[in-house]
Design a binder for this molecule. Structure first.
Ligand code: NI
Length: 184
């Protein structure tokens, strides 16, 4: 296992369309994912896409722990809002309805900044696990956001390009001026 170097905004690997993974069960994919998990944990991130570690393949990891979801959710609503640590190979996203939701995002490739990004609020995603089995889930809230953010990396997109209002691209040390009204 190793902690990998994370590419930062401006590196060409972050701007290209990544290639599909031929075999999700190949040993080298498992080694890569192990290193990506260690790298993400070390950097305290919620997700990481292979291009962020200079590997232009369609593979992401992410987690949506319960503590990141809205505390007002009922027991039967919380399922779509959370996900265990997941590796998704060759992911695809379907937007399920027209509703969008704004939320603050950060990115390990854009260190020190936060941006307020509107995204579809309710999605379905599918992809393959490292065992080659299909993973298919619906997602809302932070779960939907982190998956869309990571899959954007596979198409060469960073979150600032998803922002409509760049006055809300800020240093994370200034988030206190915004968080009360927009993140609560
Ligand atoms: Ni990112």
């Amino acid at each position: 296992m190793a902690i990998l170097k994370i590419a930062r905004m401006g590196h060409p690997v972050l701007a290209q369309v990544a290639r599909p993974v031929a075999d999700p069960t190949a040993p080298e994919i498992r080694y890569l994912v192990n290193d990506m998990v260690e790298t993400m944990m070390d950097a305290n991130g919620a997700g990481l896409a292979a291009p962020q570690v200079h590997i232009p393949l369609r593979l992401v990891i992410f987690q949506a722990p319960g503590e990141r979801s809205d505390p007002g959710l009922a027991e039967d609503e919380i399922f779509d809002h959370t996900a265990p640590l997941t590796c998704l190979v060759n992911p695809e996203i379907t937007v399920l309805d027209a509703a969008t939701e704004g939320g603050w995002e950060g990115c390990l490739s854009v260190p020190g900044l936060r941006g307020f990004v509107e995204r579809p609020a309710h999605i379905r995603y599918r992809g393959f696990g490292l065992d080659g089995k299909l993973i298919e889930r619906t997602a809302r809230g932070f779960h939907a956001r982190v998956v869309q953010h990571e899959v954007d990396h596979l198409d060469g997109k960073l979150y600032p390009s998803r922002m409509g209002d760049l006055s809300r691209l800020i240093f994370e040390s200034e988030i206190r001026h915004f968080a009360k009204t927009e993140e609560a």
